[in-house]
Design a protein around this ligand. Structure first.
Ligand code: PMP
Length: 472
């Protein structure tokens, strides 16, 4: 494993050590870890971390009367207001009213209300963020890194992103003008769409796809247009299907390879064909490559690296999947300066910046996180092989997902719809898999089973699912 600390941090940690005596129970092999205890501590806590001199001792604190701190209730006005007529106006914007709630969320609300459920439904790593990355976040807090950063994100992080993207995706972005640190790929996607869409512009995307694409386009006043991908092509997007879907209103293509939920990837040749269609039709491309590190065979290719494409591509990436950092909410977007500037304007007035603590952790992930990332990928690969083989053995045809951590078995042989299959499996055997239709109508006939969960859970879920299938 790479050392978690550089020399400067080591020196800083040593100088801090004189103020904070060594604590017991630190994770093994991490001698400089500090456990920060907040709020009212036990005696043992206060011994290990004395209250700094500049903070008033709890007993000396004067309690601020709540009316002073927050203002008194505005009694008379409230009385009059309670008699005011109830509004009949619908305050919710029209384009928001039509947006359905996420199928996954609805399904998991039911799952959470049940006991003894084994869930293969969650779209996040079954691993906790590697320790040295968590430690970098803790260390950032210890150094008092609690403020805003540049709207673009820390320059040090943008430089690390630039190096990482050049090394792994073979396209180079200028940290000063072409990289923006965001609150996950979720924010990156939102600001990218809002930066480019004029009302009515068509955004093409391949389906089945990540649940947020269609609503995100709608929220940005665009028209989301799905291109169906098919199991017989392993859910890869065919250039001919793209070409057939383009109209004069089409402005951009949204790509996600490896794909959530199908695990589909594209070969270099397939990407070049898609790039050709985009250039010929003057389309912009948004490419969400959040699962790229979780490619199990072959090489991941980014469309941004195809000659002539960088100028017309917005590259979205983040730390949630490869570095198991979903809760840190950190990602980034890379694009030519004019587009980056447009996205910055939205980002700076809506989000301002990503959390500084998450940004510090992200630097550590990029600088020293490769070993753990590869170890996690190895584990996902073992789990993928097991789950795919098991589905096929129980008669549910399952293609081999080349990337991501999702399997997408075909359940049509059972005669059930994907929703019926998921609900019955949950009711009968307490196993949660997401109905394929949560990822768009073309997900019908499939369910999504994540293999990011622990192997023991996967084994249990498979055993129960096989029993369920036999009853049909
Ligand atoms: N894109 C895809 C394809 C995803 O599957 C997800 C999360 N499941 C996201 C983006 C959102 O990622 P983040 O945590 O970086 O916001």
């Amino acid at each position: 494993m790479q050392p978690a600390f550089g020399v400067r941090r080591l020196v800083a940690a040593l100088s801090l050590a004189q103020f904070f005596p060594a604590l017991e129970g630190e994770p093994p092999g991490e001698p400089f870890a500090r456990r920060v205890r907040c709020g009212a501590g036990t005696d043992a806590d206060s011994q290990s971390r004395p209250t700094p001199a500049w903070l008033p001792k709890p007993s000396n604190c004067t309690r601020v009367p709540s009316s002073l701190a927050f203002g008194k209730p505005v009694g008379k006005v409230t009385d009059q207001m309670s008699k005011a007529p109830v509004s009949k106006r619908d305050f919710v914007a029209e384009h928001v009213r039509g947006i359905p709630r996420s199928g996954i969320r609805d399904f998991f609300e039911v799952v959470q209300s049940m006991e003894n459920v084994v869930s293969l439904g969650i779209g996040e790593p079954g691993f906790t963020t590697p320790w040295h990355i968590r430690e970098a976040a803790i260390y950032a807090l210890e150094r008092g890194k609690t403020g805003y950063t540049s709207n673009f994100g820390l320059l040090k992080l943008r430089r690390a992103i630039s190096r990482y993207v050049t090394e792994n995706f073979h396209v180079t972005y200028d940290p000063a003008t072409e990289i923006l640190v965001t609150v996950g790929v979720s924010e990156a996607l939102d600001i990218a769409l809002r930066a480019i869409i004029n009302p009515g512009d068509e955004i093409l995307y391949h389906e089945p796809c990540y649940v947020s694409y269609h609503p995100s386009v709608t929220l940005a006043h665009g028209v989301a247009k799905a291109i169906q991908t098919r199991p017989e092509n392993n859910f890869a997007l065919r250039a001919a299907d793209l070409a057939a879907a383009i109209t004069p209103r089409s402005k951009a293509l949204l790509l996600n390879f490896p794909t959530n939920p199908t695990g589909a990837t594209l070969t270099g040749a397939e990407i070049e064909q898609i790039a050709r269609v985009c250039i010929d039709n003057d389309l912009l491309v948004l490419t969400d490559e959040i699962y790229s590190e979780l490619t199990f065979t072959g090489t991941h290719h980014s469309i941004a690296a195809v000659p002539g494409m960088k100028e017309r591509t917005i590259f979205l990436h983040g730390f949630s999947k490869a570095f198991a950092m979903t809760g840190f909410r950190i990602g980034y977007v890379c694009a030519p300066p004019t587009l980056t500037e447009a996205m910055l304007r939205i980002h700076q007035y809506s989000m301002l910046c990503a959390s500084i603590i998450a940004q510090e952790a992200a630097i550590e992930a990029l600088d020293h996180g490769r070993n753990e990332m590869e170890m996690m990928r190895e584990q996902y690969l073992l789990r993928r092989n097991f789950i795919v083989q098991s589905f096929n053995e129980m008669g549910l045809k399952c293609h081999l997902p080349v990337g991501s951590f999702y399997s997408f078995p075909d359940i049509r042989s059972t005669g059930l719809s994907s929703k019926e299959f998921s609900v019955k499996l949950l009711e009968q055997e307490r196993v949660a898999m997401v109905p394929g239709t949560a990822f768009g109508p073309s997900g019908e006939g499939h369910v999504r089973a994540s293999f990011a969960s622990a192997m023991s859970d996967i084994e249990k879920a498979i055993e129960r699912t096989a029993r369920f299938v036999k009853t049909l």
